[in-house]
Design a protein around this ligand. Sequence first.
Ligand code: T4K
Length: 403
Amino acid sequence: KKSSLEQLALFGGPPSFAEEISVGQVNLPPWSEFEDMFTDIFERGYYTNHGPRVAELEAAVERQLGVQHAICVTNGTIALMIAARALRLDGEVIVPAFTFPGTVQALTWAGLEPVFADVDPDTHGLTAATVAPRIGPRTCAVLGVHLWGRPCDPVGLQTLCDLHGIQLFYDAAHAFGCTHAGKPIGGLGRIEAFSFHATKIVSGAEGGCLTTNDDEIAARARTIRNFHQSGTFADVGLRINGKMSEAQAAMALLSLRHFEMHRDHNRRIFTRYRERSPAWCGVRLYDYPDGEAHNYQYAVLELDDEARLTRDELLELLRAENIQARRYFHPGVNRLYPYVEQHGDVTLPCTETLCRRTLQIPLGPTITYDVAERICDLIDLASAESDAIARHLRKRPDGIPTA
Ligand code: T4K
């Protein structure tokens, strides 16, 4: 355990970890299960185009999330593109800028115009209050993001959208296994889009899924996902190859089978971070409300002025110790090309603050209790010695490198 400044890697000590501790890791199934699944696919010789594993995964997701339809696709970004087309949107869509760029890029690919709204400091998601001022004559929909798996004001947003006759749909990339008002996320709005990327709690390496209780939207989404399907929706002009392969479905099925185990591991580590975090001056752990289910896939720190170290300084300190923390999400999508040119005048104060102040720290299957303790010890030390560390970093002529 490091207990003095000189032991920190920033001051010349050896890094705490010999190898990099990655911010997120893949929840892999036991190799034998993996082998059985892939032997089966190999022997059948059928690899994609709505195979039996995809059908099995869709049925499993429908059961687990209590929804009428699950439509598996290539990845979460394509899920959002298909959702937008299935809703037949045209015009402006209100969306947060504090999100992964894919959320917004999907809208652009679907021929829509993103309009950024600010987020709530507590949930980090859109609310009716932040969205209302952005609604205009060309608004056709709101795309909420359940960031870190926490639902973003579904009741307020639904009421607002109904009032204005616009559609509501969700990016639920982070939210598999999380609930709102006791019900699994998946049935909110008109349609929700999940990601099964390697970094997600349920993973097919790549992959995604749309969920909805609307038969017609589901049928359109299925048609759009398959460019050569002869469906009944001849008026849905644009289609895409969004099909999930059998290999992706097999991995996601195994991942889903072990969901509880991964979630319980995450919760144990998250709980330790939570227990240790009150000792960190000005560094708060983003937390989840009681009474709802969470997947605990993300541990996000938020630094305020009391922290004395900036978020980037803490990042640099952890990186020097071989701990890969990440500035998810920085900068806000409103600051990225091409959106910065289109929305230069928009002010999103909470988004700007969060982009400056949040830092994701490692959580996942290789983060043991002991690794979490050592990460916490380092943040303890950084907090106790923040003034000296800041002085050390700020006197360098080159300033703080970005990461
Ligand atoms: N909406 C939201 C809110 C999202 O967060 C995302 C994706 C999407 C939509 C779009 O869904 P997808 O189209 O991706 O299905 C990563 C992921 O690629 C991305 O899926 C994710 N969100 C985003 C938050 O993170 P990068 O470029 O930062 O990932 P990368 O490669 O740096 O990996 C992050 C960490 O995970 C590293 O520490 C290494 C570790 N890792 C990564 C991979 C790929 C592994 O341990 N194994 C692996 O195989 O975007």
